[in-house]
Design a protein around this ligand. Structure first.
Ligand code: MN
Length: 248
């Protein structure tokens, strides 16, 4: 039994049934393989607010709740696409909401978690967007707007994405994470490991900080070949190529 698994950037969307299919298989697998599941943002491709929730999204919440009913703790950190996800959905899914960034204690070690977009400092337009949208007052203001208006705004984003086959490509270099930015937060938390998503460039990169090795685990998206980052106290971290997700 794994101590924890980490996923992010599923970008679930009603027009992407293949991703929902992989997600459903992930839930079946997780039920018998892990004690904790961490979802580090961009679970949804777009999210207009919990009051706009449709049946397909409710089904995703119910799937997460099956894990919770099995005694598995499920944690969720909002990303830049689903930052409007709120208490109603969290309750339906059984999510415990995490702040970005945060420090968690796994059996054997402490780890910092983030969605990752806050560290993409060279992407100036995104940082401007982030400063405005991730403000509690702004979120309250947006959620107070009529559903129809919010839905309209979301449909516009969907249309733009559909032109792009809703495939979310890897971040170009200018939009990649700047290590010095997350090293600052790691210092603050006195941690040596960060796990984040957002850039869709999965893998482990090692950095040095005050003569210590810092490990940066980046999570994968779910378009083609999703990987799940697994943690086991005796074995440490390991990416799993999810063969169990392939259609038989
Ligand atoms: Mn993102």
């Amino acid at each position: 039994m794994l101590d924890a698994v980490f996923i992010s950037d599923l970008h679930c969307h009603p027009n992407e049934p293949a991703i929902t299919d992989k997600f459903n298989q992930f839930i079946e697998w997780a039920l018998t393989h892990t004690r904790r599941v961490y979802v580090l943002g961009d679970l949804f491709h777009v999210w207009a607010g919990d009051d706009c929730m449709e049946a397909w999204a409710l089904a995703i919440a119910q799937q997460f709740h099956r894990l919770v009913d099995h005694g598995i703790n499920v944690y969720f950190m909002p990303g830049n696409r689903d930052f409007l996800l709120g208490r109603k959905f969290a309750k339906l899914a059984g999510f415990k909401i995490l702040t970005d960034p945060c420090l968690i204690q796994l059996p054997g070690q402490a780890v910092m978690l983030a969605h990752g977009d806050a560290y993409c400092l060279l992407d100036k337009p995104h940082q401007r967007f982030r400063r405005i949208t991730r403000n509690a007052f702004f979120i309250r203001f947006i959620l107070a707007l009529p559903q129809r208006w919010r839905h309209g705004a979301v449909m516009k984003i969907r249309k733009k994405s559909q032109a792009n086959h809703t495939k979310v490509h890897r971040s170009p270099d200018y939009a990649d994470v700047v290590p010095s930015a997350f090293l600052k937060d790691l210092n603050r938390f006195q941690a040596n490991t960060i796990i984040h998503g957002h850039t869709h460039k999965p893998g482990l990169t090692e950095h040095t900080k005050n003569n210590q090795i810092v490990r940066q685990y980046v999570l994968s998206d779910w378009d083609d070949n999703p990987q799940v980052l697994c943690y086991d106290q005796s074995k440490g971290f390991e990416f799993t190529h999810v063969k169990w997700l392939e259609k038989k």
